[in-house]
Design a protein around this ligand. Structure first.
Ligand code: ZN
Ligand code: ZN
Length: 133
């Protein structure tokens, strides 16, 4: 079943023909900027089969980092759509909040808990990692 989603204003739409390879939540400080404070809920899909079908997302990558991730967002409404990471070649990382149906999110692990804030929730029983596994 295809995974579909888009930004808040509807200018950007995407589809992934393939199911998620993984679902996780990221507590890193960077994600806190993107989400407004909470951990990021993300899903990893194969880049092959992932396609933006409407609009062109703007992108941003920090110049001061050696291997920065590239963040894609809607230039009109500001919604963060997802990320391409040098740590995960061949994959696209989708922000769960942009899915048409975000209700099925089930994180398999929590990463970068080194930056976890006291008000961040981690579901019971999932592995946590200070950085990456
Ligand atoms: Zn938008
Ligand atoms: Zn993060």
């Amino acid at each position: 079943m295809a995974i579909e989603g888009g930004c808040y204003c509807g200018e950007i739409r995407y589809v992934s023909k393939n199911p998620a390879q993984g679902q996780l939540q990221c507590h890193c400080r960077e994600c806190q900027y993107i989400t407004g404070g909470n951990p990021n809920a993300i899903m990893i899909v194969p880049e092959k089969g992932f396609r933006v079908i409407k609009g062109t997302p703007a992108s941003f990558a920090r110049k001061d980092l050696e291997r920065p991730v590239t963040r894609f967002f809607c230039a009109t409404c500001g919604t963060a759509i997802g990320t391409r990471s040098p740590a995960r070649p061949g994959s696209f990382i989708i922000k769960i909040g942009t899915l048409d149906d975000p209700s099925g999110f089930q994180p398999q692990m929590a990463i970068f808990t080194i930056d976890q804030q006291p008000y961040h929730h981690v579901p019971e029983g999932i592995p946590t990692h200070h950085r990456r596994p």
